[in-house]
Design a binder for this molecule. Structure first.
Ligand SMILES: [Zn+2]
Length: 263
């Protein structure tokens, strides 16, 4: 059994403000340390629960967030870098279950820590087959098309509730309670660690019961930009449907194809 940890940073325990998650932020070094530590905790718990291999994907921003020298030997491969032509690195094909670690709620979720969907600067809202969704919805649907279940999601309470809505039976690890976009009630490190360890073990014990997310085909994405001038040129995307001056829709045979037609 192999597990793929898709690691973002906004939902890591101890993270509550923008300065911890952007490369020029005053507390970015602390953010990197917290993310690296949490990845190690999760990877250890995966191995203790019987995982043969653990793959880690550093997916926040332009990647390269983890502190390389701090990564544990419990991890078998780390994907770090840019230029993937798909959402997940190729080892996803050898994966039995995915953990979305340190995730965040979709754009606009009230009281959710650092909520956004893919790009806080560019994207106002995204709908998948008419249902408003965030990164949890998009990633679980892309993986679902490959027959791979998302078995655990960690983050604040809003992230966990969103995951439970999109992924029936998913195990959630709530490491903080969101109070505002940049404010949270945080569990202290040892308590957050215990939650992560216990929930990771539970998720792996339930791996056979948690089904891959299925979404109806063709898949339709609707993307609303924050600004009016950003909708694509119809010559570049002749297949798109313009909804209004900031919004367009595309369809694809799979979730991943539809998603990349948006970009
Ligand atoms: Zn992120």
């Amino acid at each position: 059994m192999n597990i793929y940890i898709m690691a973002d940073i906004e939902g890591i325990s101890g993270i509550y403000c923008r300065d911890q998650v952007v490369t020029d932020g005053r507390y970015y070094t602390e953010g990197r340390e917290l993310m690296t530590k949490e990845i190690n905790i999760c990877a250890r718990a995966c191995k203790e629960a019987g995982a043969d291999k653990v793959f880690v994907h550093d997916c926040h921003g332009v990647s390269g967030n983890v502190i390389w020298s701090g990564l544990s030997d419990d991890i078998d491969y780390v994907f770090s870098g840019l230029g993937l032509k798909q959402r997940f690195a190729e080892v996803i094909r050898e994966t039995d279950g995915v953990i979305l670690l340190g995730y965040h709620a979709m754009a606009g979720t009230p009281g959710a820590v650092l909520e956004h969907t893919m790009s806080s600067a560019s994207y106002q809202n995204i709908w998948l087959n008419g249902k408003k969704c965030g990164e949890i919805g998009i990633d679980s649907a892309i993986l679902g098309d490959m027959g791979i279940p998302v078995i655990m999601v960690s983050g604040d309470d809003k992230t966990c509730r969103e995951a439970e809505k999109f992924i029936p039976g998913v195990v959630t690890a709530e490491v903080k309670r969101g109070s505002a976009c940049m404010g949270a009630l945080l569990l202290p490190p040892k308590k957050a660690e215990r939650v992560l360890r216990e929930k990771t073990a539970e998720a792996i014990s339930k791996i056979a019961e948690i089904l891959p997310v299925q979404c109806e085909k063709p898949v339709r994405f609707t993307l609303e930009y924050t600004e009016r001038h950003e909708t694509p040129n119809p010559l570049a995307k002749p297949y798109m449907e313009i909804i209004d001056g900031r919004t367009f829709s595309v369809t694809g045979r799979t979730t991943e194809e539809a998603w990349y037609r948006c970009l």
